[in-house]
Ligand binder design. Structure first.
Ligand code: 4AD
Ligand code: MG
Length: 456
């Protein structure tokens, strides 16, 4: 169907005075004696296009009035003081009718209500803005790595090894419940892969293998976590950006992570001004200033041990006790980024007992060369570490955790054949989107969020 994107008509003055054809959905409509007005949106911009229907030209406009109706409109594009441009219609065709039970009527709907109609909520300005920023952000991430010689690799989604060792893997099986098997071993031997398999929580282990060949790689794909946490920051299926860099030590990867975050934010600010202004107005007052100051300032790097000292001194009523060795809870992370620094903070050198087996052990014997990037409002957006490159130390860490070494044979080979210092991180893509838009619930950062007890 030959037609022009509404965004083009709004941006290019060359169309003024021309005959144009546009398609879209009716967002508002107003009928009066001699003239009727429609606002049409085709999804290419937040700004609706006003259609003027002169009843001397188009006598019956009633079919075009119901909100949500899809139309094809022919007419002349004219300049308008109020709207920039508008269309004086000469012919209108209904593409699809939309009865009154269409839930997106004039009244502004709450985000909670919109979550019950994920297939329709995308037609609102809020979701148009979220998903345009999401799309721009994805392209910016690829650009950042492509411009710097990283190889984009796709790691398997079905895997036999649990990267994070946190027992949060969804099982992949073709058999299902059966009493015929006497043991788990027997069951899995009979299963599709002949062994236990699950959906990957992270592409890191395979990413490391690729980095040992290509030097610098990144993945960008879904990860799955069967975490039983019903919070505004957790989903069972999220998108994960995971660079892995040979010859990089912890300070190097911190520099890369900071540069990447600033690059992404700058790209969104340059390419999505209309959307960010919308979020600044309706979601987070001061969002634009916040993003600008993130780009312009250095992130804080704070040792875990110092973070604990700050929290112990804090004038705050924490629900979870603070002591050296504790895992930082959301309330602690928020206190550090929101109350103390009010900007992104890398917390470094966590106790080894609360972190994963693959992290490089520091000479103190107690901590690992790991860092989480915490940001105000969202908390952790990046989990990062230098990897343990020494075979014996890695084996010891795995044995301490009673891991089955057989499952990690390939991974261990990396430490046997030309091992090098290397580091990487995982950025939660939706959490980054929340940070850039002020959207407070991760369920609104995906088309169809999957959470505990909820899938559609
Ligand atoms: O901190 P995590 O668990 O780190 C890893 O998976 C490493 N293997 C990454 C690496 O070094 N290559 O997860 C990384 C990030 C978190 O900081 C968070 O932003 C996001 O992934 N994330 C989630 N996002 C939404 N829902 C969940 N359930 C998430 N779990 C982690
Ligand atoms: Mg983490």
């Amino acid at each position: 169907m030959k037609h022009i994107d509404i965004v083009k008509l709004q941006q290019d003055p060359a169309y003024i005075g021309q005959a144009v054809t546009v398609c879209g959905w009716v967002r508002t409509s107003r009928d009066s004696k001699n003239v009727a007005f429609l606002e049409l949106n085709d999804g290419t911009t937040l700004k609706h296009l006003q259609i003027v229907l002169d009843k001397a030209v188009i006598t019956d406009v009633s079919a075009f009035m119901p909100l949500g109706t899809s139309l094809k409109v022919k007419g002349e594009l004219v300049a308008s003081e109020r709207n920039g441009v508008e269309v004086n219609a000469t012919a209108v065709t209904v593409l699809g009718v939309c009865p009154g039970e269409y839930p997106l009527q004039k009244k502004r709907c709450t985000l909670e209500f919109l979550r019950t109609i994920p297939h329709l909520r995308v037609r609102t300005n809020t979701f148009n803005a979220i998903f345009r920023v999401r799309s721009v952000m994805a392209a910016a991430i690829h650009r950042y790595f492509q411009e710097r010689n990283y190889v984009y690799v796709n790691t398997p989604l079905i895997t036999a090894s649990d990267c994070e060792g946190a027992g949060e893997m969804f099982k992949v099986t073709t058999i299902g419940y059966s009493e015929d098997y006497k043991s788990a071993e027997e069951y899995y031997a009979d299963d599709f892969f002949g062994q236990r398999a699950g959906l990957s929580v992270s592409g890191q282990l395979e990413g490391e293998m690729a980095a040992m060949a290509f030097g610098k790689i990144y993945t960008f794909g879904p990860s799955f976590r069967a975490e039983n946490s019903n919070t505004p920051r957790h989903v069972a299926e999220f998108w994960h950006v995971e660079p892995e860099v040979a010859f990089a030590e912890l300070p190097d990867i911190i520099e890369i992570a900071q540069e990447m975050i600033k690059y992404i934010i700058s790209a969104v600010m340059a390419e999505c001004p209309e959307e960010l202004a919308f979020f600044d107005k309706f979601f987070e007052n001061g969002l634009l200033d916040k993003l600008k100051s993130v780009v312009d300032s250095e992130f804080v790097v704070l040792d875990y041990t110092d973070a604990i000292a700050l929290l112990e001194k804090a004038d705050a009523d924490f629900k979870f006790p603070v002591y050296w060795g504790c895992d930082l809870q959301t309330e602690h992370e928020r206190y550090i980024t929101e109350q103390i620094y009010n900007k992104p903070v890398f917390v470094t050198n966590y106790p080894k007992d609360i972190k994963s087996f693959y992290m490089k052990q520091n000479p103190d014997g107690k901590t690992v060369a790991a860092t989480d990037l915490l940001v105000p409002g969202v908390g952790e957006i990046i989990g990062c570490s230098e990897r343990e490159a020494d075979l014996d130390k890695l084996l010891a860490a795995m044995e301490e955790r009673n891991m089955n070494l057989d499952d990690y044979k390939d991974y261990l080979d990396l430490r046997r054949f030309g091992s090098v210092p290397h580091s990487g991180f995982g950025l939660g893509f939706e959490r980054m989107l929340m940070y850039c838009t002020g959207v407070a619930n991760i369920r609104d950062a995906q088309l169809f969020p999957r959470t505990v007890g909820s899938i559609r």
